[in-house]
Design a protein around this ligand. Structure first.
Ligand code: GNR
Ligand code: NI
Length: 171
């Protein structure tokens, strides 16, 4: 197992579209294990492969209180979105220190493959639904700050660029 480095916004690699996974094999399961370890260590409630510079459709999520319910979604697709929307505060491991309100569907139904390559359906609401939508966005090259105003996004870019320069100069 290994901790993987997480890309930070506005790194252009975060805007790449992930390709479908062709085969769920041991190499892919190794990636899933590393992603889970990275997510738990961060700590975060979700991680998309895009964030660790792997551009394949793989997501890990665990929204449980005691971090005992790891969910792996390979080639996830949203089948249905409920009509009700909810606005909640989001953060992202790729946008450190920034928390903003985002509007999403309150409830969704999704289909994905598990680590055994078996298809399953997931019905989710609340935080889990928000997280699944947030992670699937990453696979499409989209980050939650894309939902904010241009002004807010520009401020966030400026702030994170400054932080990245600071980090580079002290490294
Ligand atoms: O850890 C995370 N918390 C979070 C909180 C509200 C909405 C979405 C998230 S996902 C985030 C981890 C992350 O960046 N996943 O891509
Ligand atoms: Ni994120």
């Amino acid at each position: 197992m290994a901790l993987l480095p997480i890309l930070h916004y506005p790194d252009p690699r975060l805007f790449k579209k992930a390709a479908k996974v062709e085969r769920v094999d041991d190499t892919l399961r190794c990636l899933v294990a590393d992603m889970a370890e990275t997510m738990y260590a961060a700590p975060g409630i979700g991680l998309a492969a895009t964030q660790v510079d792997v551009h394949r459709q793989v997501i890990v999520i665990d929204v449980s209180e005691d971090k005992s319910q790891l969910l792996t979604l390979i080639n996830p697709e949203i089948l249905q979105r409920g009509e009700a929307e909810c606005i909640s505060e989001e953060g992202c491991l790729s946008v450190p220190g920034i928390y903003e309100m985002v509007k999403r569907s309150h409830q969704i139904r999704a289909r994905a493959l598990n680590v055994h390559g078996e298809s399953f359906e997931l019905e989710a609401e609340g935080l889990l639904a928000v997280c699944v939508q947030h992670e699937i966005d990453h696979l499409h090259g989209k980050v939650f700050v894309d939902y904010l105003s241009i002004l807010k996004r520009a401020r966030i870019k400026h702030k994170l660029n400054k932080l990245a320069k600071l980090a580079a100069s002290s490294a």
